[in-house]
Design a protein around this ligand. Structure first.
Ligand SMILES: [Zn+2]
Length: 275
C-alpha cells in the first residue's frame, strides 16, 4: 500500500543541529467527501491514490518531538490512549484510534519525563490526547491566548484534560522562541488561535503548519473548504500564505495529518515526500 494511504510511522528530519520527529499515535479514516464537503466523487477519482481500498482518506494523528542536544519539546500530543478503533460516521469517521504515542516516543530514545514543555497547536481532540498523562504532568503547556480563551469541553476534549492544562499554562505568541532556532507561527483560521512552528538553522528551514492543511491533496486545491470551518475564506487565504512560504527555496513542510508522508516539499502543486 502506498504511503499516501497508510497511517504515519516514525520519521525524523534534521535541520542543522535540531532533530524534528513525527511521533505516531494513531489515525482517523475519514470519508473524503465529508471532510471536504464541496468535493465530488469525480474529484476523488482524480485523486484515487490518496484513498485506501475502502475509499477512506487516512488522517494520521500524533505528536512532534523537537530536540536540540539534550533539550526537547513536544508540539501536540496525539489522540490519546484509545487503541480500540471506534467509528462515528455522523462525523465522517469510519475508524479512529490512538495509543502508540508513548511507545514511539521511547523508540526515539526520549523519556516523556525529560520533555521540557508541550506546545499545543489548537484545542482539537487529536492534538491534546496525552496532555493529562502522568508522565507529562511536569511539563508546562504552551498555547496562544485566543486558543485558550475559546476552550470548551466538547467534541472529545474533556474537562479533565482542560483542568490538567490550566494549572501549567503559559501563553505564547507569534515569533516566541520554543527552543533556540524554533519559533511560534500564528496560523489563525482553522481555530481562533491556531499556531504552528518554524525551525531555522544552518540555512535550512522547516515549517510545521498544523491544521492549515489536513491532506496533501490540498496543496493542489487550497480553495477546498474543510467541514465545519468557522472562517472558510480566511482559511483559504492562510493556506495560500503558507503555500507561498513552502515554495520558498528548499523549505521543508510538516503536515501532522498527512498519512505517512508528514515531511515534504512543495513543488508546483504537488507534495514531494521526504524519505
Ligand atoms: Zn487536527
Amino acid at each position: 500500500m502506498s504511503r499516501l494511504q497508510e497511517a504515519g510511522t516514525l520519521r525524523s528530519v534534521g535541520v542543522g543541529p535540531l532533530r524534528v520527529s513525527y511521533v505516531p499515535d494513531g489515525a482517523v479514516k475519514m470519508v473524503p467527501t465529508f471532510l471536504f464537503p464541496e468535493t465530488t466523487e469525480a474529484d476523488w477519482s482524480a485523486n484515487a491514490e490518496l484513498l485506501d481500498a475502502s475509499g477512506w482518506l487516512t488522517i494520521s494523528s500524533g505528536a512532534v518531538l523537537i530536540e536540540r542536544g539534550e533539550r526537547a519539546i513536544l508540539f501536540d500530543v496525539g489522540f490519546g490512549p484509545y487503541p480500540e478503533p471506534t467509528a462515528n460516521l455522523q462525523y465522517g469517521m469510519a475508524s479512529m484510534y490512538g495509543g502508540a504515542f508513548l511507545d514511539n516516543l521511547r523508540k526515539l530514545g526520549r523519556d516523556p519525563e525529560t520533555v521540557e514543555a508541550i506546545a499545543i497547536s489548537h484545542l482539537h481532540v487529536e492534538h491534546v490526547g496525552w496532555a493529562d498523562h502522568p508522565s507529562l504532568a511536569h511539563a508546562p503547556v504552551l498555547m496562544s491566548e485566543p486558543e485558550w480563551a475559546a476552550r470548551r469541553a466538547e467534541h472529545g476534549v474533556t474537562q479533565t484534560v482542560l483542568d490538567s492544562m490550566a494549572g501549567r499554562l503559559r501563553v505564547i505568541d507569534d515569533g516566541d522562541e520554543l527552543l533556540p532556532g524554533v519559533s511560534v507561527l500564528a496560523l489563525p483560521g482553522h481555530t481562533a488561535g491556531q499556531i504552528g512552528f518554524e525551525v531555522i538553522a544552518d540555512d535550512a528551514r522547516l515549517v510545521g503548519f498544523a491544521d492549515v492543511f489536513h491532506s496533501p491533496v490540498q496543496i493542489a486545491h487550497p480553495d477546498w473548504p474543510l467541514v465545519g470551518d468557522p472562517a472558510p475564506e480566511a482559511s483559504t487565504q492562510m493556506r495560500q500564505r503558507v503555500l507561498g512560504r513552502l515554495r520558498e527555496n528548499g523549505t521543508i513542510g510538516f503536515g501532522m495529518h498527512f498519512a505517512d508522508v508528514p515531511f515534504g516539499r512543495v513543488s508546483g502543486t504537488s507534495w514531494e515526500p521526504l524519505a
